[in-house]
Design a binder for this molecule. Structure first.
Ligand code: DLL
Length: 432
């Protein structure tokens, strides 16, 4: 068994469930006592902690959605007055107002503990030098990993995102061993390192990536470009940021910090709780938050849960890589399409680069999905027959996986946008 950061990570299933039940009841009491919005909602639903005899009784609690965040902006779900809140973060909403999250000092300590467990599970150690290339600011990613890595005793370089040339210089000069970023930024750094011929000068060995999806195929690409070992980390602002779950070195699902988060999978349409092992929408309840407690938050993320212990020795349940967000899912002529399915297909071709864009248009009431992808093999540009053959091959593979026809456009290297944060790959022009 590999070592763990906290003994809590190896509790028996029975112990985990006893703790979850106790903490859930306490969190419900806390919410009713400290937040008027919860008092009203739980009162209407007729739920107090007395009704919760088993963790499955969580089903009596109403869901919270993103819409509820907007209608209670900015502090409606805060569980403490401002004199007890020591930090504020906010989600990077593209439209309207952001979601605002408050932390007490104890929340910050718990956050560092949760994330430190996951960094350690991903291989981070005291001797590492980590460059944090998430944007510092209201986004939770940078400070979330920053304090966790310091807690482990690793050296942290808070270089933030952007200014990639300088990032590369620091990486070489400081002997950075660990990279923290989105997968798309890691991909971009890998591309530049190769172009500048400096991959061999780098001492990188680990990548703690997250905040957006990354298929195993994309991960392989990043690993071979930067000569690193990558783990995937999941979280969201509403749940305090990163630290909800992350992969260990087995990379067989992301371990959930189950003593801090209770996860369920529901049918996104009916809201019914689904049996163990089913794929559906992830709903999360925080079990020990003071500043921003969340009871049954609908994440919109599609995944499934596995409770069997992992080979690494950790007993915390694991969630599969996120398949997509229910609101990222494209409906093309009635068929559900997740960008991750397309990415998996594209990544199997050595002749193309991991840079793509999905453009959806509508003509005569019929949807058209165009997959634009960069070629990496420039010699193809001089061989039209080969280019066409590749295009047809990708089209037919996509048809097998998605069940629908797509248009495939092979574009020249470096013509699609690069991202320093989360990638924006979908261009849905149907309503224009
Ligand atoms: O992305 C928190 C975070 C920071 C997680 C750093 C991991 C590392 P938000 O900006 O609120 O918070 O975005 C949350 O991003 O609902 C998912 O749809 C997506 N997401 C986050 N992590 C992953 C992941 C942070 N590992 C939203 N795989 C979530 C796939 C992810 N999607």
């Amino acid at each position: 068994m590999s070592s763990v950061f906290s003994q809590a990570e190896t509790m028996s299933r029975k112990e985990i469930e006893v703790i979850q039940l106790l903490k859930l009841k306490k969190e419900i009491d806390y919410c009713i006592a400290n937040n008027a919005e919860y008092g009203k909602r739980l009162g209407e639903a007729g739920v107090t902690s007395d009704k919760i005899k088993d963790i499955s009784d969580i089903k009596y609690l109403p869901f919270i959605t993103k819409k509820d965040m907007h209608s209670t902006y900015p502090f409606g779900f805060f569980g403490q007055p401002m004199n007890k809140i020591v930090r504020i973060h906010a989600s990077s909403g593209t439209t309207g107002k952001p979601t605002v999250i408050g932390y007490t000092q104890r929340d910050l300590d718990d956050w560092a503990e949760c994330m430190a467990r996951l960094c350690f599970a991903g291989g981070a150690r005291e001797s590492d030098i980590f460059q944090i290339c998430f944007g510092y600011g209201l986004f939770t990613g940078a400070l979330g990993l920053h304090y966790a890595l310091e807690k482990i005793g690793a050296t942290v370089i808070p270089s933030s995102s952007g200014n990639t040339e300088k990032q590369m210089m620091l990486m070489q000069d400081f002997g950075t061993t660990g990279l923290v970023s989105t997968p798309s930024y890691a991909e971009y750094i890998g591309e530049l390192a190769r172009e500048q011929g400096i991959t061999e000068n780098l001492k990188l060995r680990l990548g703690l990536l997250g905040s957006e999806g990354c298929t195993p195929e994309m991960r392989n690409h990043i690993e071979s470009a930067l000569h690193i070992f990558v783990t995937d980390n999941y979280g969201m602002s509403e749940l305090g940021g990163p630290g909800v779950s992350g992969e260990c070195e087995e990379r067989d699902g992301m371990h959930i910090n189950e003593d801090f988060y209770l996860c369920e999978i529901i049918d996104p349409i009916t809201g019914e709780v689904l049996p163990e092992g089913s794929q559906g929408e992830l709903v999360v309840t925080t079990l020990a938050k003071e500043g921003f407690p969340m009871l049954r938050y609908r994440t919109g993320d599609i995944t499934k849960l596995v409770k069997e212990p992992c080979k690494c020795g950790r007993t915390f349940a694991r969630m599969d890589k996120i398949k997509g967000r229910s609101d990222d899912m494209l409906k093309i002529r009635g068929v559900n399409v997740f960008p991750s399915q397309i990415e998996s297909v594209l990544m199997t071709y050595p002749q193309i680069a991991p840079h793509y864009q999905l453009v959806v248009t509508r003509k005569n009431y019929s949807d058209r999905l165009e997959v634009r992808v960069e070629i990496s093999d420039v010699s193809l540009l001089e061989n039209f027959a080969k280019l066409e053959e590749l295009q047809e091959n990708i089209k037919s593979k996509l048809k097998t996986i998605l069940g629908i026809d797509t248009a495939v456009s092979l574009v020249e290297p470096k013509t699609l946008e690069r991202f320093q944060g989360k990638a924006k790959r979908i261009l849905d022009l149907r309503n224009q």
